[in-house]
Ligand binder design. Structure first.
Ligand code: UGA
Length: 360
């Protein structure tokens, strides 16, 4: 049954990349209250103090404060997650803790309080594609239909346990099953979202400035550009990804929040199948935008680096992931449109404004 639009939304992980964009959008729409929870607030700094935004600094493992926040809200969006591939193989236990064990109490608290849960999972639950295992040049491999990932029919193909990379996907995938089972057996109202490489301002961090370690590919490339080093292409940059603007993905999230009749009990892929590129192509495009913005050629170019050298032992890559977005299109009326070049043309100037001083 359709419910009224939620008036108070609790965003767990409000200080992260997606969380900061979701809070900004919910506040811009007006007419509702947003309670944001995170340990970090840098990305939402400009929003602190805005009417309707209540930011609370605590760990989602704090059951008392979590329960109190859930009690105040109509819907909960859970974005709290360790979601950086460089950590999956080096800090596997923390990855499983964050994406499964620490998330289960959130699911149970929503169940007990009878509040809707919109949970961010990941496209990584699909693992590798079936076609990727077929022989090169075979008809099965060449058929585009065998690359597309659908919420209700595609298998989930994770690598062996010695490849710790898959800890994250295994943890997220098991949590999806916990959520669904809580729905079927105990009446939890839920929606699961699977992001396919959202891009935009505020993604990740600049190592040594506002974070440590290895961020995801966009920030790795931007760091290399800023510091005038070759862009690292892991295994030659032949893996493929589809990229979608974070603002468009947030729009889908708001539609999910506002249309419980269409979204409850559903899993949605959120990505843009029209924006499929190899990582080498992403590098070439971002260099072009950088050169246009700076008005100077970028001489360092790219360098190829083996995955094991870049990420360490236990890494294995997703080969290709193209989302089927028919469900989001038909049930939510959502259609992603922005091209990769257009997204990069917005991200590069933002990054230079934000971090330009750090290079000097
Ligand atoms: C990650 C997360 O695991 C997903 O959960 C998340 O949904 C996804 O990002 C996302 O942004 O939506 P992944 O795409 O593998 O997945 O992460 P990236 O670090 O962005 O890597 C993309 C590709 O670029 C990989 O093939 C990686 O090997 C390559 N890469 C990364 C480079 O070639 N150079 C770099 O400097 C960094």
């Amino acid at each position: 049954m359709a419910e009224p639009r939620p008036r108070t939304v609790l965003v767990l992980g409000a200080g992260g990349f997606i969380g900061s964009h979701l809070v900004e959008r919910l506040l811009a729409d007006g007419g509702r209250r947003v309670v944001g929870v995170d340990l970090e607030s840098r990305k939402v700094e400009p929003l602190l103090g805005r009417p309707g935004f209540d930011f609370r600094r605590f760990d989602v493992g704090d059951a008392g404060r979590l329960g109190a926040a859930i009690a105040e809200c109509d819907a909960v969006v859970n974005l709290a997650s360790l979601c950086n591939p460089s950590l999956y193989n080096t800090r596997a236990l923390e990855t499983i803790e964050s994406n499964l064990l620490a998330a289960i109490p959130v699911v149970r608290a929503c169940r007990d309080a009878r509040k809707r849960l919109v949970h961010f999972s990941t496209c990584e639950v699909y693992g590798r594609t079936l076609a990727g295992f077929a022989p090169e040049g075979s008809a099965f491999r060449e058929d585009p239909a065998n690359w597309v990932l659908s919420e209700e029919s595609s298998p989930m193909l994770l690598g062996p346990i010695a490849k710790e990379r898959w800890c994250y996907a295994a943890a997220k995938g098991l949590l999806e099953r916990v959520i669904r089972a809580e729905g079927r057996e105990n009446g939890l109202r839920w929606t699961i979202l699977r992001p396919f490489n959202f891009l935009g301002p505020r993604m990740d961090f600049l190592p040594g400035v506002d974070g440590e370690g290895l961020p995801r590919v966009l920030a790795c490339f931007l760091e290399a550009l800023l510091r005038r080093r070759p862009l690292p292409l892991v295994d030659g940059g032949r893996a493929r990804r589809t990229f979608v603007a974070v603002e468009e993905a947030v729009d889908a999230t708001v539609r999910v929040l506002d249309r419980s009749d269409a979204a409850d009990g559903r899993v949605f892929n959120l990505g843009n199948p029209a924006n499929e590129h190899t990582i080498a192509d992403l590098a070439a495009r971002i260099v072009r935008v950088w050169e246009r913005e700076t008005g100077a050629p970028f001489a360092p170019g790219v360098r190829e680096v083996p995955a094991e050298e870049f990420y360490g032992e236990g890494y294995e890559d997703s080969d290709r992931r193209v989302p089927d977005v028919a469900l989001a299109r038909t049930l939510l009326g959502w259609e992603p449109r922005e091209t990769l070049d257009s997204i990069l043309a917005r991200v590069v100037p933002w990054f230079r404004r934000e971090y330009g001083g750090a290079a000097r």
